[in-house]
Write a protein that binds this ligand. Sequence first.
Ligand SMILES: CC(C)(COP(=O)(O)OP(=O)(O)OC[C@H]1O[C@@H](n2cnc3c(N)ncnc32)[C@H](O)[C@@H]1OP(=O)(O)O)[C@@H](O)C(=O)NCCC(=O)NCCS
Length: 162
Amino acid sequence: MVRAFVRRTDREALRLRFGQAADFADDSTLKRFFGIKDKIGEMIWMLDEDGAVCGILHRVQISPTQAEIAVIVRSDRARRGIGRALLRTAVSRAASKDLKRLNALVLSENIVMLRLARSLGFVPRKSFGLAVELELDLGLGQTIGCSTGTASAAACAPTDLT
Ligand SMILES: CC(C)(COP(=O)(O)OP(=O)(O)OC[C@H]1O[C@@H](n2cnc3c(N)ncnc32)[C@H](O)[C@@H]1OP(=O)(O)O)[C@@H](O)C(=O)NCCC(=O)NCCS
């Protein structure tokens, strides 16, 4: 499923997500970039009407109260509200798990993601070279809704990524 997602996603989108232009041709690279260790995080994905993955959000716990998130939308499904819906779902799930803060490391050039995150309440905290660390304080009582259109979101810690 993830392999098909990568095939239909631009190299530029993958670069913006992972900070480098990796070659996703083999299973070990796919696992390294898309895999997630059980118990420290989860993967939230959205399916299109054909049941194919059209957006993926990772959440990785970095402390008992804090987690880092990163999102990518399949290029042929961009600009249809999927990124926003995944982020809203992630915020809502994080709050329900009693997390206090969510962070996202975003390349400074990634204006689309910076704007989107900001519109959901994330604020810039620090700069790391070419990237900016954004933070959302979940204690501030964001009002979160989830609008997923015809697609549906699901979360789990997958073992089979191919
Ligand atoms: C960033 C990303 C996840 C956004 O997902 P998306 O599903 O295309 O975004 P949405 O349709 O939910 O749109 C969210 C907002 O961004 C705007 N937007 C999305 N793509 C845009 C583009 N290429 N140019 C300008 N604005 C854009 C939308 O207009 C919308 O704004 P609005 O709500 O004010 O109208 C997607 O572009 C992506 O996968 N980028 C590559 C990977 C990446 O950058 N990940 C972030 C690293 S953490």
